[in-house]
Design a protein around this ligand. Sequence first.
Ligand SMILES: Cc1ncc(COP(=O)(O)O)c(C=O)c1O
Length: 406
Amino acid sequence: MKNDWRSRFAENVRDFQGYPIGKTIQYLTDPEIISLAGGLPSPDVFQRSELRLATERAFDAGIDRIMQYSPIPGEASLVSAVLGFLKRDNIHIREENILITTSGQHGLDLLGRLFLEPGDVVLVDRPTFAGALVAFEMQRPRFVGVNIEPDGSDVESFARKLEELTREGIKPKFIYVVPDFQNPTGITMSLAKREALLDLSYEYDVPIVEDSPYRDLRYAGETIPAIYTLDQKREGGHVIGLYTFSKLFCPGMRVGFNIGPSEVVTRMTHIKEGNILNTPKYNQDMCTAFLEEMDFETHITSCRDYYREKLGIFLETMAAHFPPETGVRWTSPDGGLFLWVTVPESIDTAELFFDAIEHKVAFVPGEQFYGENPEHNHMRINFSFVSKEDLTEAVKRLTDCIKKRL
Ligand SMILES: Cc1ncc(COP(=O)(O)O)c(C=O)c1O
């Protein structure tokens, strides 16, 4: 007799399709394809010898402890290193305000589990980070989105949505934003909008989740205070910060951290107890070494120089191939790893993706970054991973396939 597995699956995940980007990336097995699709940092900036040295030191200092279970909230040495790291951003918190996570994605999952029930409203940008959407989707919330503008979320539209929802008796669970060099657009939220978003958060009593993996990867302009910092100044206690070591150190470690009010952090820690227990000690020790022994400032400066040059190459090549009359536009980020290309509305980038694969180049179709009502004429481009030569070649290949459809 055939087993009907589907009917046994929990309702929350019965129709859950997983990470759409994963499905895009499965087409990229041909080594000749130049992929601008992933969100990968470049191995050219990996600190390989430093990692070997730190590993040796950590093994010598206590291999038995590395091979053992470790505290669920995180290793004390990493917690203390992170508290110091955050002071650079004028964020002053205590141990009870931080939970070490097993990557940014884990932090998002914990937040979804903690706050969301089916039908709960989450306010997001249009577009926003697809990994957050997929993590939250497991709890079957309703996403309400506002368009992102060149200086970040359309905060006035957030205000209108909050007003409408309040009239309907609905209180959103939180507002999710990536204010610095947003994935997927590369856009940064202005200081005025950060303050205005906080005003809304206080007025409607809706917390903000500030996801910040790229904050240190600034290539131009002045650093803007984190929303967490502004909230601390105003003594609001309305912000939960989400961080990862994936883009600054390496994604292979799968280590990140969440910060926020102790009541929230304690609850997230309980969920982590039932979910993965501890984050591997070795990985945490390597992140401690990254912050404390590997000359963080020199490393970050060289990452910035390296990625700035790649971004410049990409932007210059785009400008040379797509004069304004083609109707192809793109963002020009001040940092991060991504930018957002918009093609005329007559082109569906989910279809263009397959032409691109034939032309041996890949991107992520923009429709994957919408919580509702997707737009179909955008592409997310990652400029950090492929070599400089391949970046130029990738734009040429993209030009060939886009121009066929113009
Ligand atoms: C905005 C944002 N948040 C979270 C993550 C997840 O990072 P991690 O690789 O640590 O899971 C990413 C990764 O691309 C991201 O862009």
